[in-house]
Ligand binder design. Structure first.
Ligand code: IPM
Ligand code: MN
Length: 354
């Protein structure tokens, strides 16, 4: 019941992005009404269609424009007629970098009624959060080609981290683990046996910061390959996992499928001191576009994360409760076209329950 008012930039984007965003906005509006705050939404048409029509990936002042908002709410970026990389790098990654959203927060939580491919595992076993570093590492884009097109061609892409980048991510993860207050366990996922520079740095910072400032948090370490194994075999071991950008990208797709897939997995690109951006972690799903069959729950859950981040925790909790009601009592499946309801109907069900 904050009575506050928020300015939200909405980027529906490509493919099914606009369809799921409409349902997310429906639920956000319902919660604003119920919990007595207001949200002012401004849409921007950035994405593949605009690029094909104008030749411009993003307006020059896009990032500056977004800095004037309290949060950004994003649908999906990626267009079948645009070469892979152009929109992803030119829009999604550019915004993450320009807005210094150095954390990608990805909860892996299995809701009641949702099928998981993990045998004998239920909602009590699959409930952890991955803190992915979001602006460094292999994503920095440092590298290049020499002798391109010849038999001796060399391609280099470097995993680059400075200590400050690692430290701010690790501190965020410790704080988050403490605030979450579940098992008070933070696991670093790395590769100290091969990436003996980058993950050596991560491990040293992890232990130094943990020892000095977070004695109440238990520290664990897993190599990233083993992390994948335990995420499948013993997901109940995990509370919070912190890792670099590339490993985080990979393990969160694995995490997503264990929680029911891209239809339900949400994430937040967080700048703790600036403007954050919330998005379903799946793509633009071109083959389902315009059919009213895509699952909007991931977008709805990313709206929930946005409200939580803005401090509207009661409203966020109400959205989560409504999602649990709909997955547990209503929907047949999380898959596009198999939900037993249309995209619009799922949005209606959640909004009504809020
Ligand atoms: C994600 C996506 C992006 C990433 C792509 C689209 C650039 O896979 O958000 O996980 O690699 O971060
Ligand atoms: Mn990814």
């Amino acid at each position: 019941m904050s009575g506050k008012s928020y300015k939200i930039a909405v980027l529906p984007g490509d493919g099914t992005g606009p369809e799921v965003v409409v349902e997310g906005l429906k639920v956000l509006k319902a919660s604003a009404n119920k919990f007595n705050f207001t949200m002012d939404f401004t849409e921007y048409d950035w994405g593949g269609d605009r690029y094909l029509a104008t030749g411009e990936v993003l307006p020059e002042d896009a990032s500056e424009t977004l800095k004037q908002y309290d949060s950004v709410y994003l649908g999906a970026i990626g267009h079948p007629d645009v070469k892979p990389g152009i929109l992803e790098k030119g829009i999604l990654l550019k915004l993450r970098f320009d807005l210094d959203q150095y954390i990608n927060l990805r909860p892996v939580k299995l809701y009641p009624g949702v099928d998981t491919p993990l045998k004998d595992k239920g909602p009590e076993d699959i409930d952890y959060v991955v803190v992915r570093e979001n602006t460094g590492g292999l994503y920095t884009g440092i590298g290049g080609f020499t002798m391109k097109g010849t038999a001796d061609e060399v391609a280099v892409q470097s995993m680059v981290y400075n200590r400050a980048q690692v430290e701010r991510c690790i501190r965020y993860a410790f704080e988050y683990t403490r605030k979450r207050g579940k098992k008070n366990t933070l696991a670093l996922s790395g590769k100290t046996n091969v990436l003996t520079y980058v993950y050596d740095l991560w491990e040293r910072v992890f232990n130094e910061v943990g020892e000095a400032d977070y004695p109440d948090i238990t520290r664990e370490y897993y190599h990233v390959d083993a992390t994948c194994m335990w995420m499948v075999k013993n997901p109940e071991w995990f509370d919070v996992i912190v890792t670099g950008n590339m490993f985080g990208d990979i393990i969160t797709d694995l995490g997503a499928i264990t929680q029911g897939g891209m239809g339900i997995a949400a994430g937040g690109n967080i700048n703790p001191n600036g403007v954050s951006m919330f998005e379903p972690i799946g793509g633009s799903a071109p083959k389902y576009t315009g059919k009213n069959v895509i699952n909007p729950l991931a977008a709805i859950a990313s709206g929930q994360m946005m409200l939580d981040h803005l401090g509207e925790t009661e409203a966020a909790a109400a959205i989560e409760k409504a999602i649990i009601h709909v997955t547990g009592q209503k929907m047949k499946s999380m898959g596009a076209g198999k939900m037993g309801y249309s995209t619009t109907e799922v949005g209606d069900l959640v909004a009504e329950h809020v």
